[in-house]
Design a protein around this ligand. Structure first.
Ligand SMILES: C=C(O[C@H]1C=CC=C(C(=O)O)[C@@H]1O)C(=O)O
Length: 375
C-alpha cells in the first residue's frame, strides 16, 4: 500500500484521535519507549502483518468463542488502518493511504466523572473462590486466575480523551491502549508484556504476585511464600512454553515492579526466535498462568463454567505489530469496556490453595483503581 508520510506536530496528539470521532480507531502508547501510535478508519482485517502496512493492531479474545451480546463482534482481528499518527522521541508524523486529512487541534480538559456502581457482590466472589478451592482439593489444578466484572454508570457518559490522559499520567511503565468499534470502547493501562519480538529476540514477562503499595511491602513481597508460589508457576510455564519453540531461554532474576497502587513480582524471560511470527508466539503463550491458570485447559474449562460473564478482551492479547513483524503484545488487564453510559471494569487475581478469599477480593479492588482513578 502506498502510505503518504507527512510531518505533523500537534499541540495535543489526541487531536488526531478526536478527528476521527465515532469511527473505528485504536490508540497505543508504550510509555517504556515513549512511543504513541494511533490508527483511524479501518482499511481492512488481514491474516499476517506484512511490509505493506506500517502497523497492524492485534486483538485476540480471551476465549475462542464469545458468549453474550456485550462482546459480540468486538476484537479477534488483525487490523490495518487508513490513517496513522506516530510520535516518538525522534519524529512526529502522519501516514495516510486515502488522501491526507486535515487535523484540527482540539482541547482536552480533564473531567471528573460522577459514577454509580451497580453492585459490588462479595457473595458471588466467595462462591467462585470456594469452587476453585474444591477444584484444588480434587487435584484438578494448582492455580486459577479468577476475575470480577463491575458495572459503573455515568449520567453524562464517559469522556475517553480525559480517561486516556489520566491513564497515561497515572501509569508510568505501562502500555495504554484503547480500541473503539461502533459505540464500544475497550481501554486500559497494562503493565504486562505477553510477548515482545525484536528481530530474533523474544521477551515475555512473568508478572504475578501482588501486594498493595505500602511501605515495606516491596521487600515483603520478595519473601512471601504464597506470592512466590503463585509467581513461580507462571515462570515455570512460560519457560516451558518458550522452550517448545526456541533452543535458548534465559530466565532473569525475580524482582519487584512498582505501580501506582501495587507491587508485583516480575521475572523477565527471553528467548532466541528460530521461527514463528509474533502472532504465532502470542497464540502459543496465551493464556499464561498469570491470566488463566495451570494446567491451562483445566483452568480455561473451569473459568468458562463458573465465571458468570464474558471476558472478551479482558486479560487477552492486545498490541501492535510493525511492518517488519516486530512489536509488543500485552495482556488487556487493568481495563474496561465502555458501552454508552455504562462502563464494565475487570480485575482478577491468581488463586492458589493457600489464598485467602477476602484478601484476594481486596486485591481485585486495588487493581480496579487503575480504571477508577482515571474516571
Ligand atoms: C489478572 C490480573 O493481574 C495479573 C497480573 C499481575 C498480578 C496478578 C496477581 O498477582 O494475581 C495477576 O496474575 C488483573 O489485573 O486483572
Amino acid at each position: 500500500m502506498n502510505y503518504i508520510k507527512t510531518n505533523l506536530i500537534l499541540n495535543h496528539p489526541l487531536s488526531f484521535w478526536a478527528n476521527f470521532e465515532g469511527g473505528e480507531r485504536f490508540f497505543w502508547y508504550d510509555s517504556t519507549q515513549n512511543q504513541l501510535i494511533i490508527g483511524c478508519e479501518r482499511l481492512k482485517a488481514i491474516e499476517t502483518p506484512n511490509a505493506s502496512y506500517p502497523y497492524a493492531f492485534y486483538t485476540q479474545t480471551f476465549f475462542n468463542q464469545i458468549k453474550g451480546k456485550l462482546w459480540e463482534d468486538f476484537g479477534g482481528e488483525t487490523l490495518v488502518f487508513k490513517h496513522y499518527f506516530v510520535k516518538n522521541n525522534h519524529e512526529s508524523y502522519m501516514l495516510s493511504v486515502d488522501g491526507t486529512p486535515e487535523i484540527k487541534e482540539g482541547k482536552f480538559p480533564l473531567i471528573t466523572h460522577r459514577v454509580t456502581e451497580k453492585s459490588s457482590d462479595f457473595g458471588s466472589w466467595e462462591r467462585l473462590f470456594n469452587k476453585i478451592q474444591e477444584n484444588f482439593a480434587q487435584h484438578r489444578s494448582e492455580k486459577i486466575v479468577a476475575s470480577r466484572e463491575l458495572e459503573f454508570t455515568s449520567d453524562t457518559g464517559f469522556n475517553v480523551e480525559s480517561i486516556l490522559q489520566k491513564l497515561i499520567t497515572n501509569n508510568p511503565g505501562c502500555f495504554i491502549f484503547a480500541y473503539q468499534k461502533g459505540e464500544k470502547i475497550f481501554l486500559g493501562a497494562s503493565p504486562e508484556i505477553l510477548v515482545q519480538k525484536q528481530e530474533e529476540k523474544i521477551l515475555s514477562f512473568a508478572l504475578a504476585g501482588t501486594m498493595p503499595r505500602l511501605p515495606l511491602n516491596d521487600t515483603a513481597l520478595l519473601h512471601d511464600s504464597k506470592n512466590l508460589h503463585e509467581h513461580n508457576i507462571v515462570v515455570k510455564k512460560i519457560r516451558q512454553s518458550l522452550l517448545e519453540r526456541a533452543k535458548r531461554v534465559t530466565v532473569g532474576q525475580t524482582g519487584i515492579m512498582t505501580l501506582k497502587n501495587v507491587y508485583h513480582l516480575k521475572t523477565v524471560l527471553t528467548a532466541d526466535n528460530e521461527d514463528g511470527s509474533l502472532i504465532d508466539w502470542t497464540k502459543h503463550l496465551h493464556p499464561t498462568p498469570a491470566l488463566g491458570g495451570e494446567p491451562k485447559e483445566e483452568a480455561l474449562n473451569f473459568l468458562r463454567k463458573y465465571e458468570t460473564y464474558e471476558r472478551g478482551l479482558y486479560a487477552a492479547p492486545i498490541g501492535v505489530i510493525d511492518a517488519k513483524g516486530n512489536g509488543t503484545i500485552v495482556v488487556g488487564i487493568r481495563s474496561a469496556l465502555i458501552d454508552g453510559n455504562t462502563l464494565h471494569a475487570y480485575a482478577g487475581c491468581g488463586i492458589v490453595p493457600s489464598s485467602d478469599c477476602l484478601d484476594e477480593f481486596n486485591e481485585t479492588k486495588i487493581k480496579l483503581k487503575t480504571i477508577l482513578e482515571a474516571l
